[in-house]
Write a protein that binds this ligand. Structure first.
Ligand code: MRU
Length: 360
């Protein structure tokens, strides 16, 4: 599948979260947004791993793309060693890379695609292999852009008129293109279905407040940021047409891991008879796990939760639990919107049937 970076006019990503240039991975530093638009240049696998762990680049598809380019970097680094040492060093680097963040399966999926090329490469590691790997990484990037367009098309067809609630950030910062859930919002606004977007601030790292507001503003879409605990009151007060979220991993039975707070939104949506949609590309599906209970959930530093205290830290220790994601059971999901189509009321059979019907 070969597509250009930009889609139809007025429907293009405004920034590139990840790009490859002259043996360097360039990342828009998302920790500096919305105040500053600065780019981090990663010249080594190690610096990329740190950037992924520190959320310089984040969002499941974007870390998958970054990971794919990371394999190219790692191979270039390994080329500096003798062949035997190079293969061992490369294996170690790739393991570290694919485990940089454990929940979003896109990272393991993308690294795995390039690992397969390396495994099948019977000669010594060389620049021809690097060329092959770079072509594969670029294809992963381009495919994600194409997926975004299809997801936004299918999702916007499904939407009813009215305001929408979303969580975390799923736009051009989190993907290769216009975004998943966010792409649907952009398209939905263009076709006059999405009247307003309520963006949950997304404690503790505030991807909604910092990143989704930045993207909504740049797309001139009317929006309001709410604290995560305001969603119930909002659903009671206003007729919300849908909740739309992204996903970090969708398993065989349709359970979905996504940013912490997603499950709460799904429960609230059910209680208020609001459709709850999950939007994700095929790279977010993990058929090796049968249910959401087996999804590894990343736990992050307590400082992320405590940092709001600023200089006002008490003398006593404050125990914290900081899971970065939660799992929404399929029973709460009205539909999964994928680049291969819409899976209504997802369960194992419907997902399987949809994937066998809609081959790429
Ligand atoms: O911790 P983050 O910011 O990487 O979490 C991101 C999310 O949970 C997104 O909703 C998900 O990755 C989908 S992005 C299209």
């Amino acid at each position: 599948m070969s597509v250009s970076l930009h889609g139809p006019i007025g429907f293009s990503p405004l920034v590139q979260a990840v790009s490859w240039q002259d043996e360097t991975i360039i990342l828009l530093d998302q920790t500096a947004l919305p105040k500053s638009e600065v780019y981090l240049h990663c010249h080594s696998t190690e610096s990329l791993v740190t950037a992924i762990q520190n959320l310089v680049v984040r969002g499941a598809p974007a870390i998958g793309i970054a990971g794919a380019y990371g394999v190219v970097l790692a191979t270039l680094e390994a080329l500096k060693l003798s062949d035997e040492k190079a293969r061992i060093a490369l294996k170690f680097k790739l393991k570290t890379l694919e485990m940089a963040r454990p929940t979003a399966v896109n990272l393991q999926w993308a690294v795995g695609r390039l690992k397969k090329i390396i495994e099948d490469w019977k000669q010594s590691l060389n620049l021809d292999l690097v060329k092959l790997l770079l072509a594969e990484a670029k294809q992963i990037h381009e495919q994600d852009i194409a997926c975004n367009h299809l997801i936004s098309k299918f999702g916007s067809e499904l939407l009813k008129e009215g305001p929408v609630i979303t969580i975390c950030n799923t736009g051009d910062l989190a993907t290769g293109g216009i975004g998943t859930a966010f792409g649907i919002l952009v398209k939905g606004y263009q076709i006059k279905k999405t009247s307003h977007v309520y963006a949950c601030e997304t404690r503790p790292v505030l991807q909604g407040l910092r990143l989704t507001s930045w993207e909504l503003h740049r797309h001139s879409i009317p929006f309001t940021v709410i604290c995560d605990n305001m969603a119930a009151a909002l659903m009671r007060k206003e007729k919300i047409s849908a909740v739309i979220t992204g996903a970090d991993r969708i398993v065989a039975n349709g359970d979905v891991a996504n940013k912490i707070g997603t499950y709460a939104l799904a429960v609230l949506a059910k209680a208020h008879s609001v459709p709850f949609y999950v939007a994700a590309p095929f790279s977010t599906f993990d058929f090796s796990l049968s249910s959401g209970e087996s999804i590894p959930i990343e736990e992050r530093s307590h400082d992320e939760v405590l940092s709001v205290l600023g200089d006002n830290h008490p003398e006593y220790a404050i125990p914290v639990w900081n899971p970065s994601f939660d799992v929404t059971p399929q029973s709460l999901i009205s539909a999964i919107i994928c680049d291969r189509g819409v899976i209504n009321f997802p369960n194992q059979e419907r997902i399987k049937a949809s994937f066998s019907r809609n081959q790429p």
